[in-house]
Design a protein around this ligand. Structure first.
Ligand code: TYM
Length: 335
């Protein structure tokens, strides 16, 4: 029997990278294989509009992320795999949640606050360039999660605050209108903190420091060779602490492999050799998936068909649930 609902999404604002894979895709695909898990995966294309004003980029990213999920082993027969904007009930639920969410809560959301802080530091209007879409981001995300009453949401650490906000919105709604929503929990892989990018900061499309998941092998190698390290020479012991290279390795390697690299660091492995070790470990996991991806990406029509079938499954849940919520809040027929 399916007793645990797991849900996660990726914003269609760029090319999927290793951080997305490690933080969201890999744990979710693994979870979907467990008999007790009912999975919902989706392409967060409404969220993409908050950051991207380029229609061609949103569309290309939608194709790439869909092909990535499928290449990484998602079975659309067994899970519900859909595009957010194919579910009109999601913006409707966003509004219902907006009306139970304190503005002060949204003021504290990381992404909004970061923009305000940056503007304040620059001495300009705190809200300069900030859209209402950015401000409302956490509510749209809560609607994604609460629509399907997910118990667990596998995400990277950067998303924890959003899941906590979704819990609070669910609790406020339940308090006012009765028990309609499950309170979701973030599911974070223990050994994966936030995956660093090429420059050591969080790997993020916004920092332009990503390693795309499915670049050709040679390009992957070139990118890895460009990871920032300190200037310690071969033979000098290296610190694993704060080493982006080490953290990337750890996210892919077994405990024994990780311990072996830590030992090599202590023994003064040359950075070039450590990068080669990382490249080989990554490519071992990614190469078979890349081959599937390269085929899938050639066939957008097939992917579209899969998404349409997924939307139908998702709406079979979302439509009656939204009707129930409308009724609960008093949006009812008069007769
Ligand atoms: P997005 O598209 O920025 O990232 C997708 C997933 O990848 C994870 N991630 C990382 N994990 C580890 N290290 C990193 N460097 C890294 N970079 C990204 C993110 O934590 C995320 O899990 N708001 C979400 C998309 C979304 C969503 C949802 C997620 C919309 N609605 C409902 C879960 C449930 C976002 O922008 O993720």
């Amino acid at each position: 029997m399916k007793t645990l609902r797991v849900l996660t999404g990726i914003t269609t604002s760029g090319t999927p990278h290793l951080g997305n894979y490690v933080g969201a895709i890999r744990p979710t695909v693994r979870a979907s294989r467990l008999a007790e898990v009912e999975s919902y995966y989706f392409l967060a294309d409404y969220h993409a509009l908050i950051k991207v004003g380029d229609p061609a980029r949103v569309q290309r990213s939608t194709l790439e992320i869909a092909a990535t999920w499928l290449a990484c082993g998602l079975d659309p027969e067994k899970v519900t795999f859909y595009r957010q904007s194919d579910i009109p009930e999601i913006p409707e639920l966003t509004w219902l949640l907006t009306c139970v969410t304190g503005k002060g809560v949204l003021n504290r959301a990381h992404a909004y606050k970061a923009s305000v802080d940056k503007n304040t530091a620059a001495g300009v209007d705190p809200d300069a360039g900030v859209t209402a879409g950015l401000f409302m981001y956490p509510v749209l995300m809560a609607a994604d999660i609460l629509m399907f009453n997910a118990h667990q949401v596998p995400v990277g650490r950067d998303q924890i605050q959003h899941i906590e906000m979704a819990r609070d919105m669910a609790a406020s709604f339940n308090h006012l209108y009765g028990e309609h929503f499950t309170l979701p929990d973030a599911a974070i892989e223990d050994h994966v903190a936030t995956l660093p990018g090429l420059d050591g900061r969080k790997m993020s499309k916004s920092y332009d420091n990503t390693i795309p998941l499915f670049v050709p092998r040679e390009q992957l190698k070139k990118l890895i060779m460009g990871i920032v390290t300190d200037s310690r020479a071969p033979g000098e012991p290296k610190d694993t602490e704060g080493s982006a290279l080490f953290q990337l390795y750890q996210a892919f390697a077994s405990t024994e492999e990780t311990a072996a690299l830590a030992q090599a660091y202590a023994n003064g492995i040359a950075w070039g050799d450590a990068k080669q070790v990382l490249f080989e470990r990554l490519d071992r996991e990614i190469a078979p998936l890349r081959a599937v991806y390269d085929e899938l990406i050639q066939n957008p029509a097939q992917i579209e068909k899969t998404l349409q079938a997924g939307a139908e499954k998702a709406r079979a849940v979302a439509t009656p649930f939204t009707a129930r919520l409308r009724h609960a809040v008093g949006l009812r027929r008069l007769d």
